[in-house]
Design a protein around this ligand. Structure first.
Ligand SMILES: NC(=O)c1ccc[n+]([C@@H]2O[C@H](COP(=O)([O-])OP(=O)(O)OC[C@H]3O[C@@H](n4cnc5c(N)ncnc54)[C@H](OP(=O)(O)O)[C@@H]3O)[C@@H](O)[C@H]2O)c1
Length: 305
């Protein structure tokens, strides 16, 4: 099968190669999925799990990509709940070969059924950004109706879902980002927008929840805005900042079939809009990743027409 692999941690996207690899085997509780579309997060090359397995041993050449939509072709021993020929979407294990390949082996529990009226490209755009937003807002941030959310990077893949889910939950959302992203963030439902290049973040006043996708100085300054009892949720590494009288939570998204189903149902009924920026083929994927053009929104690689 064709797959995109990396071997050199210092080479960046230029070190990616499209190669022939053996098709994967299904282990216990696995399925094999024929990948129709896969998402790619630009920061993947910085994740330790791209380079090492759970025992911290080198696992290169490793296949990139950890979210997909496709069709099940094989069930491993002991796998129940899904069937051959079923359309599915989900999040693959960070430490195993990923989804920028024609086939992937992954645990069945990390997949959810993809309804027939949802395109594979749309399905592949949802797992990482959708689950991250859901878990950050509702599990870790314990968001309640009437609260205010500072949604950083509100025009980005995660931030646009944060903005929409928070609005649906009855929150007041202050989106942030670059000047060019103002209208996009407002279109996703932000009540107001802070241009991090021009506006003073401090003018926002107090908020109940900060959803951080940027880190650094922005994270530090945002933590200072959190009201008593509020929460800083971050997905960009261990928290550096802590609210004076609140919680700080850093987390890595986990797969959850029920949450995937909640998310895709919202796409079907129009409560959630996808944020797909670039769609490319497996053959053109590396050129797409290497491009210096700004890619706003999720990058999807379509493996089958
Ligand atoms: N821990 C987890 O489980 C988890 C899960 C998902 C994502 N993540 C991480 O979360 C981060 C965001 O992911 P994503 O897929 O949402 O990326 P994305 O689509 O690139 O969205 C990030 C948004 O924030 C904007 N932004 C970044 N730095 C900024 C700054 N200094 N000022 C203004 N705007 C800024 C970006 O603009 P530009 O494109 O112009 O920079 C972009 O619009 C990544 O680091 C990713 O690795 C972590």
């Amino acid at each position: 099968m064709k797959a995109i692999v990396v071997t050199d941690q210092t080479a960046g996207t230029a070190g990616m190669t499209l190669v022939e690899r053996p098709e994967p085997q299904a282990a216990i509780n696995d399925v094999i999925v024929q990948v129709h579309a896969a998402g790619f997060v630009n920061t993947e090359l910085e994740w330790p799990s791209t380079w090492a397995d759970r025992a911290f041993c080198d696992r290169t050449p490793s296949i990139l990509g950890h979210e997909l939509a496709g069709v099940i072709t094989t069930l491993g021993y002991g796998t129940t709940g899904l069937s051959i020929g079923q359309r599915v979407f989900g999040l693959s294990d960070w430490h195993r070969d990923g989804t920028l390949a024609e086939y992937v082996a992954m645990e069945a529990r990390n997949l959810a059924p993809l309804p027939g009226d949802v395109d594979f490209t749309v399905g592949a755009s949802l797992p990482i950004s959708g689950l991250t937003a859901w878990q950050g807002l509702f599990q870790h941030g314990r968001l309640q109706a009437g609260q205010s959310v500072l949604a950083h990077g509100a025009a980005g893949a995660v931030g646009s879902v944060v903005t929409q889910l928070a609005r649906e939950a009855g929150a007041y959302v202050i989106g942030t980002g670059r000047a060019a992203d103002r209208q996009k963030a407002l279109d996703f439902g932000a009540n107001e927008f802070v241009d991090l290049g021009e506006d003073a973040l401090e003018d926002v006043g107090g908020v109940d929840l900060v959803f951080d996708v940027i880190g650094g100085d922005i994270q530090n300054r945002s933590a200072a805005l959190i009201r008593a009892g509020g929460t800083l949720v971050t997905v960009v590494g261990p928290t550096q900042a802590r609210p004076a009288d609140g919680l700080a939570v850093d987390f890595v998204v986990e797969s959850d079939r029920a949450q995937l189903s909640e998310i895709v149902q919202r796409v079907r009924d129009g409560r959630l809009r996808t944020n797909i920026g670039t769609v490319s083929s497996l053959e053109n994927a590396i050129a797409t990743f290497n491009s210096t053009e700004r890619r706003a929104g999720k990058t999807i690689i379509r493996l089958r027409p």
